[in-house]
Design a protein around this ligand. Structure first.
Ligand SMILES: CC(C)(COP(=O)(O)OP(=O)(O)OC[C@H]1O[C@@H](n2cnc3c(N)ncnc32)[C@H](O)[C@@H]1OP(=O)(O)O)[C@@H](O)C(=O)NCCC(=O)NCCS
Length: 178
């Protein structure tokens, strides 16, 4: 990879196949996404895109010098019950392994949070859960302003097949208003 230029934009339903390919790539490595490679199906990807477009938000990052290939994605959305209308939940972020560690995950996440601050006063909370061993992700979330809200003991199976804690985290929108 010599020349690099990246664009951050909202996702559309047309990105379906490219996001599916990205999730297949990212899930080859264990210890990041909750789903393993064989659990990433076209239906799963289509469902989270539709939920994010209808009830949430989704951004992608594109490599302009690789035929606009999608190399990262983030999404979250509201749960169905109206009592959670001020919450974006079910958050997942994935950066292509070839592009990890270059600051793109953090920038993509900042794009999402900046959008919420600027345009989504209806959203107070953004929440996510990360496996305790996913230290890289947890550090990144803390640097973005997320706080650890507790720990779910032995909730998730780790890459080395042990039960480990899942860490619930939340970020609060300073511009929220009811
Ligand atoms: C987690 C993930 C989204 C981070 O994206 P990224 O582009 O690789 O990360 P960035 O380069 O933007 O780095 C962001 C932060 O991660 C941390 N980080 C980056 N590389 C790291 C490394 N090699 N070791 C430890 N921490 C690291 C740092 O805190 C960094 O922030 P800082 O440099 O400002 O201190 C990405 O690695 C990924 O897609 N992983 C697989 C899927 C996954 O785990 N998703 C999250 C599920 S909860």
């Amino acid at each position: 990879m010599d020349k690099q230029e990246f664009e951050f934009r909202k996702a559309t339903i047309k990105d379906n196949d490219a996001i599916f390919k990205l999730y297949k790539q990212v899930s080859k490595r264990s210890g990041g996404l909750a789903r393993s490679n064989d659990e990433v199906s076209k239906k799963y990807v289509e469902q989270f895109i539709l939920k994010s477009l209808n009830k949430g938000v989704e951004f992608v990052v594109i490599d302009k010098f690789q035929e606009n290939r999608i190399i990262g994605e983030i999404h979250c959305y509201k749960l169905d019950p109206k009592v959670f209308n001020h919450v974006f939940s079910e958050l997942t972020i994935a950066i292509d392994p070839d592009y990890q560690g270059k600051g793109l995950g953090k920038k993509l996440f900042e794009t999402l949070l900046n959008y919420i601050v600027a345009s989504r006063r209806d959203i107070l909370r953004v929440e996510l859960i990360a496996a305790e061993s996913n230290i890289r992700a947890i550090k990144m979330y803390e640097s973005l302003g997320f706080i650890i809200e507790g720990r779910f003991e032995r909730r998730i199976t780790s890459p080395d097949n042990k039960l480990e804690a899942d860490i619930p985290m939340a970020w609060f929108n300073p511009k929220y208003s009811r």
